[in-house]
Design a binder for this molecule. Structure first.
Ligand code: SF4
Length: 760
């Protein structure tokens, strides 16, 4: 026995089947392919190349040529053209010559389809064909002025069903995509979970983008994408068929995560419903019920007649009949339509008149199931009254029920987050870095949007690429057998980075600066006493506080020296943009970059008790050169490459970092006086103060973790000495609606060093 059923029904039948039966399932499309042919992507590609046409056009040609009779000669130019193509394509078509024999003596059951195409019937002319149809029922249909009222009515009816004990999984919506947004919004007011098909094309997912970027590697972890790529097994270089793969990725969708128990949205075509299902058909409007076909396909009605295919006129009759049958087959059905949406006007379906349906108008609103919806309705009625002097009948009763709805007041404040939701979202795991902590202390809400809701897109800008290239090269530049060009090329190749000619030009110019920087650093190193180094040292600190927290950082360079069991070290972080090593406001959680590296280095076993000589930034790019008569351009570039940051005020002679008597040649401003002390402008800290900086970093990290896991995400951007340091480049200013009351004013301070410490 062969069941010809749509996939949706096949799944339902298989779920219901109690024992294995000798049944073969196929869809109508598969059956037509068996009578005609199916084709691989190779055939599509062949047509695209041969005729220089788009993927979609090639598909139309292939689908149209299925119905050509190989024995016939066609005189119409279009059919002649298709026939010629088909003859040419023969080796690339999959034709099942034995199918007609195979189905002989078999019972074929068509189930769930609106109609059996004439073409298929002609192939089954030797079969006895029986069709069964239900009797047409009497229908009621509900009319609503707006789409929103229609959806609210349905939500109320569903709430009633659920509170009456109906299983939510038996409740189905039949509606078009124009309803999805409003259903999503209003059903939430009623706490009714609904699985709305999101249909996100794989093309727009990170996995899709990655697969396209690395197309030559044929690598992906997504099984659906892997399946698509596998269809091109015959093609050695996938770059050649990139257009086809892009098309496929745009027409295949991401696996959706669905509620287990929820209302579902289904289609009425090619579907069947259980007798205990409750179906709500929304949008019973003209143009949709029944669907209208026009004579506008590639094969005109005239040609369709010649090929024994349904014309648009015939399809209109078939689909009208089929909709009536489908409606009659649903046991529990509520039909509704709207007259307008925010964007369009609508007319009722012509079937209402033809089937003499009872139209129910002026339906009273149901206020029994959602306080939130009721309050929103109340504010809408108040709007109408105040703005247009229009009085709604339900206004008084709603107003007396809900007297305090904060009408006309907008509160943008963050009012908290359900901690269970936070746990679910994060899976009780946090991965933090200096950047994340910095974001949190700049503005807790910014962190929330970016790291918890993950609203920030990862961008691959040229400046980011340049920063990464520079860091990578600098991590290799001081190792033996370093070859500048080889390292750059390897970096770009390994990551499949393709630059435009303009970007290439810019990068090449900047690489000149990088070479200069490497050369200068090599010269500086001749005056450094520390003989050992670690580059790009990744440090991972695991912190448990009920959450599984991983704090990660990469320290660009650790220079160190071991002598008689004692370790001395200095930290260096390369900067490709402007940077300041300031320690202002670290007690407020700001400017923690270098302190965080101190904290991280203390978490490397070898450096746990090391003496820190200093922690520095080294600007590799980004500092503007000013015209200074006293110094040449070259000298100024050298000057800009000096280390900037904090050094220890005194250390034993073994731990001395710089061999020059004038240390300011290596560290900016580190100038000694004749008495051995430093000038006041030198950035020096005592050993205890350096330890304190490290402790503050640790405390601020722990404090942030504590607050994040408590769900504390206030809108609290910081203003330091009149400058808003948080919002300047924030991408979320359209979302947060911050106002003056949110700003947190701070004084520029190095308070941690004592009250009287001056800020330089
Ligand atoms: S714009 Fe300012 S207040 Fe708004 S999220 Fe960003 S940092 Fe916070």
């Amino acid at each position: 026995m062969i069941y010809v059923v749509p996939n949706l029904i096949k799944e339902k039948l298989l779920k219901k089947a109690t024992k294995l039966r000798n049944v073969k399932y196929m869809t109508l499309e598969e059956l037509i392919n068996k009578f005609t042919f199916s084709y691989s992507k190779k055939a599509v590609y062949y047509l695209m190349k041969k005729l220089d046409i788009k993927y979609e056009v090639a598909l139309v040609y292939l689908e149209s040529m299925k119905y050509l009779d190989d024995e016939k000669t066609y005189f119409d130019s279009k059919l002649k053209f298709l026939k010629k193509l088909k003859d040419e394509l023969y080796p690339l078509l999959n034709i099942d010559k034995y199918f007609s024999n195979y189905i002989n003596n078999k019972t074929i059951i068509f189930y769930g389809y609106s109609y059996i195409p004439k073409f298929v019937l002609s192939k089954l002319s030797s079969f006895n064909i029986e069709t069964k149809r239900r009797k047409v029922k009497n229908f009621k249909v509900y009319e609503f002025i707006t789409l929103e009222d229609e959806v609210a009515f349905v939500a109320g009816e569903i709430a009633k069903l659920i509170s009456g004990g109906i299983n939510i999984n038996n409740i189905k919506l039949i509606c078009g995509e124009e309803y999805f947004f409003t259903i999503d919004k209003i059903f939430k007011f009623y706490n009714i979970p609904v699985n709305i098909p999101k249909k996100v094309p794989l093309y727009y997912t990170n996995e899709g983008k990655k697969a396209l970027q690395n197309i030559a590697l044929r690598k992906t972890e997504n099984p659906k994408i892997a399946e698509i790529l596998n269809e091109y097994y015959w093609c050695e270089n996938l770059e050649e068929v990139k257009e086809l793969i892009e098309y496929d990725l745009k027409h295949h969708f991401k696996e959706e995560v669905e509620y287990e128990n929820a209302v579902s949205i289904e289609s009425i075509e090619n579907n069947e419903f259980n007798s205990d299902d409750y179906c709500f058909l929304l949008g019973f409007n003209e143009g949709k019920y029944p669907k209208v076909y026009y004579d506008e396909d590639y094969l005109s009605d005239k040609l369709k007649e010649k090929l024994n295919l349904e014309t648009s006129k015939e399809l209109n009759i078939i689909f009208k009949e089929s909709i009536i049958t489908s409606l009659s087959n649903i046991n529990n059905l509520i039909i509704s339509y709207k007259l307008e949406s925010p964007f369009e006007k609508y007319y009722p379906s012509i079937l209402i008149q033809e089937l003499n349906m009872d139209v129910i108008r002026n339906i009273k609103k149901n206020y029994n199931y959602s306080h939130l919806y009721n309050k929103l309705e109340l504010s809408r009625y108040l709007d109408d009254l105040i703005k247009y002097n229009a009085f709604h009948n339900d206004l008084v009763s709603l107003y007396s029920t809900y007297q305090n709805i904060n009408y006309g007041i907008y509160d943008h404040k963050f009012t908290g987050i359900d901690l269970d939701d936070l746990d679910k979202r994060t899976n009780k795991k946090l991965t933090l870095s200096y950047t994340a902590i910095d974001k949190y202390y700049q503005c807790e809400f910014k962190y929330y949007l970016s790291h918890i809701l993950k609203l920030e897109e990862k961008e691959s800008t040229l400046s980011l690429i340049i920063g990464n290239v520079f860091h990578y090269v600098l991590s290799k530049a001081f190792l033996d057998s370093f070859d500048f060009d080889e390292v750059i090329n390897k970096y770009l190749l390994d990551r499949s980075i393709i630059l435009s000619p303009k970007e290439h030009f810019l990068l090449n110019n900047l690489l000149g600066e990088l070479k200069f920087a490497i050369d200068t650093i090599n010269k500086q190193m001749q005056h450094i006493n520390y003989d050992k180094a670690l580059y790009e040292e990744k440090v991972i600190v695991n912190i448990a506080n009920g959450y599984d927290v991983t704090f990660i950082g990469v320290i660009d360079k650790i220079l160190y020296k071991e002598i008689a069991g004692k370790v001395y070290l200095a930290l260096i972080d390369y900067k490709t943009g402007n940077a300041s090593p300031a320690l202002d406001n670290i007690l407020d959680g700001l400017n923690l970059q270098l302190p965080v590296y101190l904290f991280l280095v203390r978490n490397i076993d070898k450096f746990m008790d090391a003496e820190v000589y200093g922690f520095y930034l080294q600007p590799i790019l980004g500092n503007a050169i000013n015209i200074e008569n006293k110094k040449s351009y070259e000298e100024q570039k050298h000057e800009n490459l000096k280390l900037v940051g904090y050094s220890v005020s005194s250390i034993d002679s073994e731990g001395e970092f710089i061999s020059l008597s004038d240390k300011s040649k290596i560290v900016k401003g580190l100038k000694e006086k004749k008495d051995g002390g430093y000038y006041s402008y030198a950035k020096v800290l005592t050993k205890e103060e350096i330890d304190k900086v490290c402790t503050i970093a640790k405390e601020k990290i722990y404090e942030a973790i504590e607050n994040i896991t408590k769900g504390q995400f206030r809108i609290n951007p910081k203003v330091i000495d009149k400058e808003n340091v948080s919002c300047k480049y924030c991408k979320f200013s359209d979302i947060c609606y911050k106002n003056e009351s949110d700003l947190v004013y701070l004084k520029k301070t190095k308070h941690f060093l004592g009250d009287d410490y001056e800020v330089d």
